[in-house]
Design a binder for this molecule. Sequence first.
Ligand SMILES: *Cc1c(COP(=O)(O)O)cnc(C)c1O
Length: 378
Amino acid sequence: MSTFKIPFNKPYIIGNELEYIKQSVGLGKISGDGYYSRKCQEYFEKRYGFKKCLLTTSCTDALEMAAILTNVQPGDEVIIPSYTFVSTANAFALRGAKIVFVDSMAEYPNLNAETLENYITERTKVIVPVHYGGVGCDMKKIMNIAQKHNIFVVEDAAQAIDAFYNNKALGSFGHLSTFSFHETKNIISGEGGMLVINDDRFIKRAEIIREKGTNRAAFFRGEVDKYGWVDIGSSFLPSDIIAAFLYAQLERLDEIQEKRISIRDQYYKSLKPLADLKKIYLPDEKYIRENNGHLFYILCKSENERAALIKHLKNNSILAVFHYLSLHKSKFYKTFGNRGKLPNSDKFTNRLLRLPFYFELTLSEQNFVIDKISEFYE
Ligand SMILES: *Cc1c(COP(=O)(O)O)cnc(C)c1O
């Protein structure tokens, strides 16, 4: 239990989660790729036009699968925004890749596609755009650059479920895309994730890598008469219990999104006056309208001011958090040498603050948070 009256995040049960878990046990198969795993995968394929979906145990695992599938070798370069979660980079570092960090845009944490081409070399193998807060990166430009230089695109769409770019679902642009159903995301299963495969060439191998390097999936479809070890891989598939929980959430996805969008709009509307007074900074309205209600952030004037605001909120039993310490400045990345200056990434690292945001957040709780922020700036 959180000790805060208003925690930062709160997992929730919306409907049939526990019932479906019970049913999946009753069906006699709770290991991976059972009844609910297939239901979830079909749901995503149909609703968002993804070519092939495979549930994974996390977005981290889906990223690791993507790194194996794109055949990243030691010394290959992978372009990643510095302002992202560790897993985005770590998945490729595990394969021996040289991570090339790029900066965010000045006005939003997404990577700056304008300067992306400057970072491409002979060894560039993959670009990983991260759709921060469910706002699409400039996928038109990124896909054009990738095509021109023969580079793979893996979308880190961990935060981007039910989010769109030019009316097309995020996750449907890259050769591969990854989603998260971690308890802090819009649709949850505790831990959980998904690999989306939009390029046919990867489908067969993805199934093998996900099943410990065996052709077990083909065996169950009756395509081969025995299964064995055919490639590298690991156990990337979740229990059907996880999928059962997830499917109950998918059944109510529209309702979940509607609620989250209303939380987003309430924060924006109520905090806009403070931003107009230049007490805080908010992303441009277009980034609010385009996002999927995953998170809401404000930018404080300085790191010190942010610390003081967090303290003020804590004193009122509200937990607000910041995240992403620029990866190009991380302790681990120092071992790679070669660290350029990425000022926008540092700006978001130092000044961004996320506000409480979860399905069960009530309007009066939310208004309490807003009041306490206003009070701080009075
Ligand atoms: C949450 C998140 C991840 C990791 O997701 P897990 O399912 O916890 O592995 C990766 N990238 C981004 C951008 C995220 O927000």
